[in-house]
Structures are given as C-alpha cells and as structure tokens.
Design a protein around this ligand. Structure first.
Ligand SMILES: [Zn+2]
Length: 380
C-alpha cells in the first residue's frame, strides 16, 4: 500500500508541535519510517527533539538527504482562526492547520515518497531524512545537532534537499539555491542628560543617532550579483522613550537589520558599521556601543547537477520550469551547506505563519510525485 501523503500531513498537523514541543510529531514520523524500513535514531539535544532516519547502507557512495522540520510557529491570534488549528480539517480543497504548509506537508510528502521508493525500487545507495523539531526557534539544537551527531557517527549525505515551501504563487515556479545572510545590529548612544533650555550643559545623543541611521541606510550596499538581489539595510526602530518636553535624554537606542548577498560577510559589515558609528560618536562627542547578532551568512549552491536534477523533476511533474531563487529569510540550508550541496524545493508558501494556514490538498500529491521523481532520477 502506498503511503498517502495527505493522510500523513493531517496526522502530523494534529500533533501540536509548537517549538520546542515535540507534540507527538517526531514519534509519529519515527513510527511510520521504521515500518517503512528506515533505521531511526532520535537525536535530542537541549529541549529539542530531532529525528535521523536512514534506509540503506551507512557510508554508501550515493546518499540522498532530506532536511525538514516538524515544529511550527505559535497560533498568533487564536480567536481569528476560522478553522481549528490542530485538527487538519479539509474544506474546498484545502487542508487547514498550523504547519500545513510550513512544513508538515513537505515532510509528509518526502517521507511518503521515500518509503514507496525504497520498497518498490530499492536503490543502490541510501536515503536519509534529517528532521528537526527546532527550525522556527533558535535552531541551536536542531539541524546543527543532527549534523554534529552525523559527523561523530560517520553518517553523511552526498546531496541534500530542504523541503521548505519555495513557490510564491504557483506550484513549481521557484526553487532556492541559496539564501541571503541576515544580521542585526543594536546601537546605544549615550550623552549627558540636561535641560532643553541649557543644551550647553548636556550632550544630546539624538542628532548623533539620526546621523548614524542616515549614513547607514543611505549607503547602496551593492547592485545585486549573479544569483542575488541587492543587499538591503533596514532601520527597524529608534527608541528613546522620553516623555518630557524640557529634558535632553541621556540615551537613545536603535536597531538595524541587514539582508546581505554574497558581496558581503557579516564581519565586513560589522567593521563598516563600527567605523561609521565611531566617526559619528567622535563628531558629536558622545559614547556609542554596538552589538551584533548574526543569524547566518549568505550562501549559494551554484547551478549544477543538483539544481538540474530538482529543476527537471519539477518541470516534468508540473510543466513549470522553476526559477533559481535566493530570496526570503534564512533557512536550515545555511547549516547543511557546510556539509554537502543543498537546494530547497517545496510547495506554495502563501499562508506560512498566518492565521488559517492551509495547503492545497492537490499540491501535497504533486509534491510527493516530484520528490519521487527526484529520488528515481538521482539513483538512475
Ligand atoms: Zn519552515
């Protein structure tokens, strides 16, 4: 009996696996994969549950890897849901529930494809699923924990497909071959508080912060590259919280987020921002403190065998030739890229993280067919 990816998606959606709660999702998946002939290992670290499953010989020359997650983001405004978020009800061709698109349907489609594939046409090689319960959270003990465990246990993937939703509107129209980097800088400027009528006795950090934010956001970081859109720096907030009309504040804070392409590294951008901040601080004679948090560097798997394999399978099944995209936020592919070539393909992600998240039931079947074809062509 072939595995029904819609039924499996529904079962997974019924597991309330809001990060970092496992919610029964990985237990269910482990059960299904074990019955399908996979050897499963739970790779739990910290508060997080992860699952590693392999069919075939350890150390096989050709090992096809799949990476995905079963955790989901919180419900948001629960009262605004018109369908119950953990019941996987189907209405008008859509399956509703938190995680329906991001990305329990992707995990279910690949698991169903992989189980049927290894049973019907056992390949000369191995098929691996590395499924995390912490993609939507800090991701510290998620895919990185799986990759660390793999390294110490001589487990490897020759190539890896990440099953996140990648299509903006139409099934098949985009795959991702990389992602921009993301970093956030937190600035605090400190002057001297004083009376607004006696500014010579104070040092106002506000004009300095305004100058710095203008300098940073005015710079054209680049014009884009072969595979990437131009980098972008956005000022997210400037906070002083000064309710008085006669007081010069002593402190002001600002936060800046940068989405950067392969022209830059977080280190270069940090150096640049620090230099600009120091110049402004000197010009205004105030103190500046900058802290930086890097979510990930930009990366790209240049078009080649893996993107061709996935692109051809998508086109064969949907009639649509996928664009090779690097847009959107970061994903766990940023960790996998240190391990092996990685690309991402999944279904239409329009309602990810939204109220009434839903997936077109038809697309789940299409996705299974695409993943099946990818496996078949990879081992052909
Ligand atoms: Zn996701």
């Amino acid at each position: 009996m072939p595995i029904d990816p819609v039924a499996l998606t529904a079962e997974l959606v019924r597991c309330p696996s809001i990060t970092p709660h496992e919610g029964g999702a990985l237990v269910l998946l482990e059960d299904v994969l074990t019955k399908g002939g996979f050897t499963c290992t739970r790779v739990d670290r910290g508060d997080v549950s992860n699952l590693y499953a392999r069919w075939g010989r350890q150390g096989a020359n050709r090992t096809f890897g799949f990476n995905g997650h079963t955790d989901v983001v919180p419900l948001g405004d629960e009262a605004a849901w018109t369908m119950p978020p953990f019941e996987a009800e189907i209405k008008d061709g859509y399956l509703y529930g938190r995680g329906a698109t991001d990305m329990k349907s992707g995990v279910a489609a690949f698991a169903a494809a992989a189980i049927d594939f290894v049973q019907n046409t056992p390949p000369d090689g191995a098929v691996v699923l590395a499924i995390t319960g912490d993609e939507e959270g800090d991701a510290v003990d998620g895919t990185t924990a799986l990759l660390d465990w793999m390294a110490t246990n001589n487990e490897a993937m020759s190539v890896c497909l990440v099953g996140e939703p990648t299509c903006p509107d139409v099934m098949g129209e985009a795959m991702k071959i990389g992602r921009r980097g993301s970093m956030t800088a937190f600035f605090t400027m400190t002057g001297v508080q004083g009376h607004a009528a006696y500014p010579h006795r104070a040092k106002n950090p506000m004009p300095a912060m305004a100058r710095l934010m203008d300098v940073l956001s005015s710079r054209v970081l680049d014009e884009g590259t072969t595979h990437f859109d131009p980098s972008s720096l956005q000022v997210l907030t400037i906070d002083t919280g000064n309710p008085a009309t006669n007081v010069i504040p002593s402190h002001t804070k600002a936060t800046v987020n940068i989405r950067f392409n392969d022209t830059h590294s977080s280190a270069d951008l940090t150096t640049w921002m620090q230099e600009e901040a120091d110049k402004v601080a000197a010009a205004f004679d105030i103190q500046v403190d900058m802290r930086v948090r890097v979510s990930g560097e930009s990366f790209v798997t240049p078009p080649g065998d893996l993107s061709d394999l996935v692109g051809k399978a998508v086109e064969s099944e949907t009639g649509v030739k996928p664009e090779l995209s690097t847009t959107g936020g970061t994903s766990d592919a940023r960790f996998v890229k240190h391990h092996c070539p990685v690309v991402e393909f999944g279904l239409v992600g329009k309602t990810m993280h939204q109220v009434d998240e839903r997936v077109a039931v038809e697309q789940i079947g299409q996705l299974k067919a695409i993943y099946t074809r990818i496996l078949r062509d990879y081992f052909a």
